[in-house]
Each structure stands twice: as structure tokens, then as C-alpha cells.
Design a protein around this ligand. Structure first.
Ligand code: CU
Length: 157
């Protein structure tokens, strides 16, 4: 990562030299989109060296991004947008397993399996500083069986 200083990464290092390094993101992935689907759910593991919160997600590939959690409401699983998600120091937080995930809304083009989806996470440290972490998510082939339920929920947003 550090060896490749593309223009975008350089900008981050200049803006937040110490802090971009304090957050590690691994196993980021999304599913390829089905025809007509314009949202993408991203799963990943994020670890911050210091107490912080995940406060945003954005991508040039979509109009907006949200942090989502799944909650039971009257026996029905629903998604709710979170303003922030706590990232306790040195504790890996996995978005995906527990129903939390990142959602890109208004995709500008379909996600194709095998390509990469660039996006950025906005992390706010408890000392008030913020950092932007650029990540590439792997795009996995569409799994229609397990994705149908998720898409259904998003149509009800
Ligand atoms: Cu969602």
C-alpha cells in the first residue's frame, strides 16, 4: 500500500499523515449487481488503533452512501441508517456478519464480478480528527439465492 503513491493516496497522506495509517480495512467485498439493481452492500473488517467512529462512506460510483444496521421491528427485519458506528481501539469490527453493512445508493453503473469497487470510509477519531480511508472492494459473483432477501428490503426503503 505505502509503496504505491497514486495521486489520490498522496492527497490523503498530506491531509492526514498519521491517521490514515491508524485504520486498517481488510476483506472488503460487494456482490455483482442484478439487472435493475442500483444499490450495493459492502462488507468489510475495519480496525482502528485509537477509539474512533465510522461516520460515512462515499464512492464516485454512487450518488450516496450510508451505514446500515438491521433491526427487528414488529417481527420484520428492517434496515436503518446509522449516523455513526463505534470503532473501539484495536478491536476488529466486521460489517456484514452482524447485519451491519455499508450501502451505496444510486449506483452509476452495474457492478461486475471480478472488477474492483473503489470507495472511501470517513473515520472520526475521539480526539476530533477525521481521516478518509480509500478502499477497493472485490466484486464477487451474484448469489441470487442469498441476495434476494436483501434486495427485497431495499425496495421497501
Ligand atoms: Cu442496507
Amino acid at each position: 500500500m505505502k509503496k504505491i503513491l497514486c495521486a489520490g493516496l498522496l492527497a490523503i497522506l498530506v491531509a492526514a499523515p498519521a491517521y490514515a495509517d491508524d485504520v486498517k480495512v481488510t476483506k472488503a467485498w460487494a456482490r455483482a449487481t442484478a439487472p435493475g439493481q442500483d444499490t450495493a452492500s459492502i462488507q468489510l473488517t475495519i480496525t482502528s488503533k485509537k477509539d474512533a467512529s465510522l461516520v460515512g462512506v462515499e464512492s464516485g460510483s454512487s450518488q450516496s452512501g450510508e451505514i446500515h444496521s438491521m433491526v427487528m421491528e414488529g417481527g420484520v427485519m428492517k434496515m436503518r441508517a446509522l449516523d455513526s458506528l463505534p470503532l473501539p481501539a484495536k478491536t476488529p469490527v466486521t460489517l456484514g456478519e452482524d447485519g451491519n453493512h455499508l450501502m451505496l445508493i444510486g449506483l452509476r453503473k452495474p457492478l461486475k464480478a471480478g472488477r474492483k469497487l473503489p470507495f472511501a470510509l470517513i473515520v472520526k477519531f475521539d480526539d476530533g480528527r477525521t481521516a478518509t480511508i480509500r478502499v477497493l472492494a472485490a466484486i464477487k459473483p451474484l448469489d441470487t439465492a442469498s441476495d434476494a432477501g436483501h434486495m427485497q428490503m431495499h425496495m421497501q426503503h
